[in-house]
Design a protein around this ligand. Structure first.
Ligand SMILES: [Zn+2]
Length: 267
């Protein structure tokens, strides 16, 4: 074909494509007052891999996160744009929201996780890594107005499958900086003697309490393994000294205090 003929083909193609070729015109001078961020949750993970393997898996594998925080040296990588979905949460739920990938920002932290198969020893998080995380959380929280109780562990939203970021993750210290939910420690100390044997024996009561503060738990009404696993996930976040999964008075008192917070606030 001659050059002139090619030109005609190109002109015809661009006419046929219409809007695309001529440029879609959108007027953005008027904006709606009624809107908010699609991001409702921040989910925290450990990678259980070293720095190099974490980077490789999260950039080339079938899983991803919006951010990766390495150690040695501490560095924050942005791997997925915040307006796009990262594949980090999997089958998950928090309050009535299922499958959190579409509504969350995922942060992976380079950390080895459990150091033995019995999960009695866990890799610590260096202060410098937590300082970087706190700065990142503050930035994300302020831009998306994420509520304190919606900054969660992977184990909170998938308690039957996950243990990250584990019981040595410093939830309490972060909450003291306004990053995440915590309980009134003095109020819990006062509540502990009021927790009755009947409450501790009542599986339905514990299941309702955990569901009320966000945890995905089947309301079976009996002591089953899923209940123990959800209690363990709760303890890893709020009472990490003992993560047996057994419902003791302190566990229940913390749950009651957090449930009281939910009743007075909007989710
Ligand atoms: Zn995870």
């Amino acid at each position: 074909m001659q050059r002139r003929a090619w030109l005609l083909v190109l002109v015809a193609a661009s006419l046929w494509l219409g809007g695309c070729a001529t440029g879609l015109r959108v007027d953005t001078s008027q904006r709606a007052a009624a809107q908010d961020s699609r991001v409702r949750f921040i989910v925290l993970h450990y990678t259980s891999e070293n720095r190099a393997d974490s980077l490789r898996l999260l950039t080339q594998g079938r899983v991803s996160a919006h951010y990766l925080i390495t150690d040695e040296p501490v560095k924050i990588y942005a791997l997925v744009d915040e307006n796009r979905r990262a594949w980090h949460a999997g089958l998950s739920q928090w309050f009535e929201y299922p499958n959190l990938n579409g509504m969350s920002i995922g942060i992976e932290i380079v950390n080895a996780g459990p150091l033995d198969t019995a999960q009695t020893r866990w890799a610590p998080y260096p202060d410098s890594q937590i300082r970087a995380l706190a700065a990142l959380l503050r930035d994300i929280q302020s831009r998306h107005q994420v509520k304190a109780w919606n900054i969660v562990a992977h184990s909170d939203i998938a308690p039957l499958r996950k243990t990250d970021p584990g019981p040595v993750f410093p939830w309490r210290e972060l909450a003291r900086q306004g990053l995440g939910r915590w309980y009134d420690e003095q109020a819990v100390a006062r509540r502990i003697p009021q927790v009755t044997a009947d409450m501790l024996a009542d599986a339905q009561y514990i299941q309702r309490l955990l569901a009320h503060i966000g945890y995905p738990i089947r309301q079976s009404g009996v002591w089953d393994s899923q209940t123990q696993q959800v209690i363990r996930a709760f303890q890893m976040h709020y009472r990490p000294k003992d993560i047996s999964g057994h419902a003791d008075a302190q566990t229940v008192a913390i749950g009651q205090d957090l449930a009281g917070q939910m009743s007075t606030q909007q989710q």
